[in-house]
Design a protein around this ligand. Structure first.
Ligand code: 2RA
Length: 333
């Protein structure tokens, strides 16, 4: 299979190439693509160097699968071009996610949504992916009615620049000075910012809308009530989420543990001594770690969960490759 990766030099794009190799995806030829600015750089796949090409129409000739992680603008421009050349596009940007006829897919939750795709498939937002992987098994058991999520999102979600900012900003603070020109509305070093994406006139941020809207589409629960506060935290890699899930039926802890322990993509942390994961442990791994599972005294018929995952892997690159694997399994590519 001829596989293109657009955004090949970025955090997610380079992880996509790594995951393709790790999972022995059937790549006969890799076509690493990027903007003019990054063209000419070198990436490695199966021990071989590949020169990154500047994206242009001809680059998609003969491409079977195109994994995109280059932002909404380039996705809107190049995904239709890639499809016109016969490729199936799995796009990690937010460009297509809420388009009615575009599947928004987490393979552990709604693989059936791939049927009848028209060439473009949207990869959900990282924070949404880990939440629905944890919620799906509980929904199947108890019927999900309402979800309240507070996210603790690492700076890698913003990209390579933000990793440098956290490091340099933290050093500056430790040396007694203050961080200089920063990417976020306020310095992230030793700070937490309840502000990811623009905040609208209702006081809700773009990231919070992603959680609210994407989770309903993926779980096919248009009536689901979702509330989210998305927070940026001074962590390099790995998103964490405190979730309160309210169900139609009273959830028993025993059934909740059974559902989670058997759920695809979930690693249940249920050791009474240490029933939770943390970003430093989740970084570089595939599972969605679910811990601190407990009855929620504040709300009836509710459970509280602590959900941690690597936002660059399961939250982006791995989920995209798993979608491609599912397409092969279903004969849809
Ligand atoms: C973030 N979810 O964490 C957004 C985009 N990756 O910044």
């Amino acid at each position: 299979m001829r596989v293109a990766v657009l955004g090949a030099t970025g955090l997610v794009g380079s992880e996509m190439i790594k995951v393709l190799e790790e999972r022995a995806f059937p790549v006969d030829e890799l076509v690493p693509l990027a903007s003019e600015r990054s063209a000419g750089k070198e990436v490695f796949f199966k021990g071989k160097p590949y020169e990154v090409r500047a994206v242009e129409e001809g680059a998609f000739e003969g491409v079977d699968l195109a994994l995109f992680s280059a932002g909404s603008g380039p996705s809107r421009k190049w995904a239709p071009v890639a499809v016109s050349k016969g490729a199936v596009v799995v796009d990690n940007s937010s460009a297509w996610r809420m388009e009615e006829d575009i599947p928004l897919v987490v393979p552990e939750v709604n693989p059936h949504a791939l049927e009848g795709h028209k060439g473009i498939i949207a990869n959900p937002n990282c924070a949404t992916i880990q939440a629905v992987v944890a919620l799906k098994p509980l929904h199947d058991f108890f019927g999900l009615e309402k979800v309240q999520v507070v996210t603790f999102q690492s700076v890698s979600g913003t990209g390579l620049e933000a990793l440098d900012e956290l490091k340099e900003g933290s050093l500056a603070v430790l040396e007694g000075s203050s961080p200089k020109n920063f990417l976020y509305p306020k310095p992230i070093a030793f700070n937490v910012l309840p502000h990811i994406g623009k905040i609208d006139e209702r006081g809700i941020s773009e990231e919070e809308y992603k959680m609210m809207n994407e989770s309903k589409k993926i779980m096919e629960l248009p009536e689901l009530v979702v509330s989210c506060t998305a927070v940026r935290v001074p962590v390099f890699r790995g998103h964490s989420e405190a979730i309160v899930a309210t169900f139609k039926e009273e959830p028993s802890l025993q059934d909740a543990f059974k559902a989670l322990s058997e759920a695809p993509g979930v690693s249940l942390m249920d050791d009474p001594g240490c029933s939770y994961s943390v970003p430093s442990e989740a970084a570089g791994t595939d599972p969605v770690f679910v811990g601190r599972v407990r009855k929620e005294p504040l709300c009836e018929r509710s459970l509280s969960l602590w959900v941690v995952a690597d936002n660059i892997r399961k939250g982006a690159a791995l989920n995209a490759v798993q979608i491609a694997e599912e397409l092969i399994r279903k004969g849809l590519i």
